[in-house]
Design a protein around this ligand. Structure first.
Ligand code: CA
Length: 229
């Protein structure tokens, strides 16, 4: 797995704007994923472990303001920083008035330098030094800064759901989590996911952790759920 740079989602329907933003973010060393409309944005929020969203106000399908409202209403995405981009200052006034919870706002045409400075500010706020301390349990270790997971020195490749599951287990060693608790914490309360989905992802996590040998570290607790160690 490549070292983890912050992952930024650019949601912008105008291709030229999207490319300029992405180019500048990559030049600053960030990883970038792009969405052309609100629906794509919501899918990417589910699939990726994002660090920040640059969100255009005027979008096809689902508006920027609606996306912001939805993400800020969910416990799982509430702390994900959102910088709203808008064509007109009256819209920004409306964003403030609507209290959508956006973390910052910029009016187009904005200075790219100023926008990058605000991106850095938001990321410093949510990824402060010290929070990125390594988590470990027996021979498993996880670095939240780089998203690197190793077991007995071997790199372990995990999907975003399996990664979040492992973070939760490592932060709470020995604690038994029910399937419902795992759904709440890893998927988010407002997303409808069957509890069997939890079993599927636990299975994937176990398989990944066992890729280079070693015993299964995730215990099944009959009638209760799952625990690490
Ligand atoms: Ca637009």
């Amino acid at each position: 797995m490549a070292p983890h740079a912050p992952l930024v989602l650019v949601v912008e329907d105008e291709p030229a704007q999207r490319e300029v933003l992405s180019y500048n973010l990559r030049a600053e060393g960030y990883q970038v994923v792009q969405a052309r409309d609100g629906e794509e944005a919501l899918i990417l929020v589910e699939e990726e472990t994002l660090d920040l969203i640059l969100l255009d106000w005027m979008l096809p399908r689902v508006s920027g303001i609606e996306i912001c409202r939805r993400l800020k209403a969910r416990s799982q995405t509430r702390s994900l920083p959102i910088i709203m981009l808008s064509a007109r200052s009256e819209e920004i006034d409306k964003v403030r008035g609507l209290e959508t919870g956006a973390d910052d706002y910029m009016v187009k045409p904005y200075s790219v330098g100023e926008l990058m400075a605000r991106v850095r500010t938001q990321l410093r706020r949510t990824r402060p030094a010290g929070v990125g301390q390594k988590l470990s349990n027996q021979d498993i270790s996880l670095d939240p800064e780089t998203h690197r997971v190793t077991r007995d020195g071997h790199d372990i490749r995990l999907g975003p759901i399996e990664y979040r599951l492992l973070v939760m287990f490592l932060e709470n060693p020995g604690r038994v989590f029910s399937r419902e608790q795992l759904l709440d914490r890893v998927w988010g309360r407002s997303v409808y996911v069957d509890t069997r989905t939890v079993d599927v992802h636990i299975g994937r996590l176990r398989k990944a952790l066992g890729a280079h040998g070693g015993s299964n570290p995730i215990r099944t607790v009959r009638g209760a759920g799952y625990a690490l160690g």
